[in-house]
Design a binder for this molecule. Structure first.
Ligand code: PFF
Length: 462
């Protein structure tokens, strides 16, 4: 859309209608935030980067950096009411700044695409674990057996390709048919059910696991165990888990009704998301310590720890299957947020039909995802710069693109958007809450991201 047209664009309504209520927005944003990042990734990186100290940095990153950036992102989305690239172009022009801000949207399109490529592969593992649970593969399994089960799953690239393909098709179907809202409505039932299952599993870990050791591992910081890479990974995870820094939340914000409170919505999403990650950790660590599993095994951690629990509990076959089904749903509501920026961009820039755009993006992400499939099988020893293809994709998207995207978002909202525009949009007046957000958005969040980058590259020592 040209800037002239942008000028005549009615900012009070989005091109695509509105969420029915603020609750609908919060549920959709929570649906996007809660996913594999909470259940699969959080436990394994806590394990890899040494436990408590990492968790503290992560929590700090979520609330001191992630939350103000999420608020900024929603705010920009609602003000621009377009896809992220157009939103940034329009707002940049409106505020008398450069059109180059639209590159922020490009970062988002790229980050979402890269993440989707490996996200779908991990979700494919989850799908195969539903079947494995139902066919009794976990029954009475010991440490060696669950480890062997995961290794043979990851090694079996044909099977993982099937899982990857099925999940990608599930994503395409929902996005192409435009029934995201239907799926998001399901979140109302499925998210509480997921939390209930997690609570039951925490109960199991409390009784059967080494709960004290698991708790200590997560909450007693051993600062020596924290590396500078760990700090960067904790920051990246804050962005990844909250789905911020790439325009997804901005796109959701575009549909937020006028007058709906932004700050408290962001807070609810961040709190729920964090609670679910912590619960997942409280399930996993007591089990692994009780069974002698190494917390630093990497991406296979939950796929080894959970079957140990399901294999030992009565009715574990069905409970395990239900749990993996719920995780699949959580991943599904996240993957639609990952693909959306690229789809919206193609639709609005090249005027392609939505179905065609969705299929195009999905096929490309599927192909790239094969690199991740092979990273755990035939190419697991093929190392490039940061490790396997999966390691590189994950590192680039999560630890670099999302924080850079988040940095630009917060700089834009804090420095480029004038005070009137941001306070009008935030709708909390110009008092304490507004000042607090502005301080975080202008100084704290950008400084934290820059410092962590400099620290990770070894340019400064903290
Ligand atoms: N937040 C999701 C998770 O934790 O699994 C991942 C994600 C979804 C990131 C959507 C970014 C996004 F736009």
């Amino acid at each position: 859309m040209s800037e002239q047209a942008a000028g005549t664009f009615n900012r009070r309504s989005s091109l695509h209608g509105h969420w029915s209520s603020r609750l609908a927005f919060v549920l959709a944003a929570t649906g996007s935030a809660v996913g594999l990042g909470n259940i699969w990734k959080f436990p394994y990186i806590v394990g890899e980067y040494g436990g408590g100290a990492f968790v503290m940095v992560y929590l700090g990153a979520v609330f001191a950096v992630g939350l103000p950036i999420m608020t900024s992102e929603i705010l920009l989305g609602r003000r621009g009411r377009r896809n992220p690239i157009a939103t940034m172009r329009i707002l940049g022009a409106e505020e008398g700044s450069s059109r180059h801000w639209q590159w922020l949207g490009a970062i988002g399109v790229l980050a979402g695409f890269l993440i989707l490529s490996f996200y779908s592969v991990i979700a494919g593992w989850v799908l195969t674990y539903i079947v494995k649970s139902l066919t009794g593969s976990f029954e009475g399994a010991n440490l060696q057996q669950v480890t062997a089960l995961f290794e043979s799953t990851a090694d079996d690239w044909v099977l993982t390709t099937v899982g990857h393909s099925v999940f990608m098709i599930m994503t395409v179907v929902v996005v192409a048919l435009g029934v995201q809202h239907g799926l998001e409505r399901a979140v109302r039932i499925l998210m509480p059910l997921l939390v209930l299952c997690l609570l039951l599993l925490v109960g199991y870990s409390y009784i059967e696991g080494d709960f004290v050791r698991g708790w200590d591992f997560m909450f007693s910081p051993n600062w020596q165990a924290l590396s500078s890479e760990g700090i960067l990974v904790a920051l990246g995870q804050a962005f990844f888990t909250l789905s911020i820094g790439m325009g997804t939340i901005m796109a959701y914000g575009a549909y937020l009704p006028e007058g709906a409170p932004i700050t408290s919505s962001a807070l609810i999403v961040a709190l729920s998301d964090t609670a679910i990650a912590i619960l997942a950790g409280l399930v996993i660590f007591p089990i692994i310590f009780a069974n002698g599993l190494d917390p630093a095994v990497g991406p296979g951690l939950v796929f080894e720890a959970l079957p140990l629990a399901f294999g030992q509990m009565p009715g574990g076959m069905y409970f395990g299957a239900l749990f993996f089904v719920l995780v699949t749903f959580a991943a599904w509501t996240s993957s639609i947020g990952l693909i959306e920026p690229a789809v919206a961009w193609i639709v609005e820039t090249f005027y392609r039909p939505r179905t065609e755009a969705t299929i195009l993006v999905a096929v490309a992400a599927w192909l790239l995802g094969m690199g991740t499939v092979f990273s755990f099988s035939i190419w697991k020893d093929k190392l490039f710069w940061q490790g396997t293809i999966f390691d590189n994709l994950e590192y680039l998207s999560t630890n670099i693109l999302l924080p850079v995207g988040g940095l630009l978002i917060t700089v834009f909202a804090g420095w480029i958007l004038c005070r009137n525009s941001s306070s009008e949009e935030l709708g909390v007046g110009t008092g304490f809450l507004y000042k607090g957000w502005r301080l975080m958005a202008r100084f704290v969040a950008p400084a934290a991201v820059v410092l962590v980058f400099l620290h990770a590259t070894g340019l400064i020592q903290l």
